[in-house]
Design a protein around this ligand. Structure first.
Ligand SMILES: [Zn+2]
Length: 251
């Protein structure tokens, strides 16, 4: 429990740091109207998703999935090896999950809501449709059951996802050279901007969350600087248009 609180505090600090960074040194300049709409919609999405996560007791679902694990192969390894292999495996599988969210039309109908926003910023890390979150809970529960990854490693990875999502969605000004060095190991904000291009040929790339290696390995890395962020069609204006987007926009 103490570790959980520590991660919440770290996440909150990271969120504030990147929010201030992008406000004072933005990579792309947007009007006040874009920022206001984004902050209001994404805060609404965040509150809505947290209520739903609480009502569905998502934390208990992961505890149950962990208790149903098919084997305990991980526990045969030394603790550091458990963490290294566990986090690498989870990052590869989340890369795969993200990739199929782009390639399977039913999954894309939910995931496109995350891509619809034209102002990519720190709060975009909170912007996921509840349909995608529910499907991700099912996928992650199967990972826990089949691979037998210890629950504490899984929960640590979940916290890292949130921290990394805040970092790579942030509209921060950061030198090309530093981003290039970071990209040898992790996803950079500029790689994630390509992932949010309005062109399908560009946004079907850079699926990584933590490490950039999977996109290099599967040849999905793209360093194109996109002309426009977002999608050419609806779903970004307010919470309601965001929520109904999977039903009305299928492209
Ligand atoms: Zn995506």
């Amino acid at each position: 429990m103490e570790l959980e609180i520590l991660f919440i505090v770290i996440t909150f600090i990271v969120f504030i740091v990147f929010l201030l960074w992008e406000l004072y040194a933005p990579a792309r300049v947007y009007t006040h109207e874009y920022k206001k709409n984004s902050y209001i919609t994404n805060s609404g999405v965040f509150i809505f998703n947290n209520i739903l996560t609480y009502v569905l007791s998502v934390a208990s679902i992961f505890v149950i999935a962990s208790s149903l694990q098919l084997h305990g192969i991980f526990t045969l390894l030394p603790i550091p090896a458990q963490y290294i292999i566990g986090i690498l495996l989870l990052d590869l599988l989340i890369w795969f999950w993200h990739m199929i969210n782009h390639r399977v039309p039913f999954l894309w109908s939910f995931h496109q809501t995350h891509h619809a926003e034209k102002y990519l910023n720190t709060t975009s890390a909170l912007r996921f449709h509840f349909g995608e979150l529910i499907l991700a809970v099912v996928f992650k529960s199967f990972i826990l059951i089949i691979l037998g990854i210890p629950l504490e490693i899984f929960l640590m990875y979940e916290s890292l996802i949130t921290i990394f999502a805040i970092y790579h969605h942030a509209n921060i000004r950061l030198s090309e050279r530093i981003q290039m060095i970071l990209e040898y190991v992790i996803i950079s904000p500029r790689l994630h901007q390509t992932h949010h291009s309005d062109k399908r040929s560009e946004h079907d790339s850079n699926y990584g969350v933590l490490f950039s290696w999977w996109d290099i390995l599967f040849q999905t890395k793209d360093k194109t600087n996109p002309d426009k962020i977002g999608l050419s069609y609806g779903g970004e204006k307010n919470l309601w248009s965001f929520l109904i987007m999977p039903l009305v926009d299928r492209k």
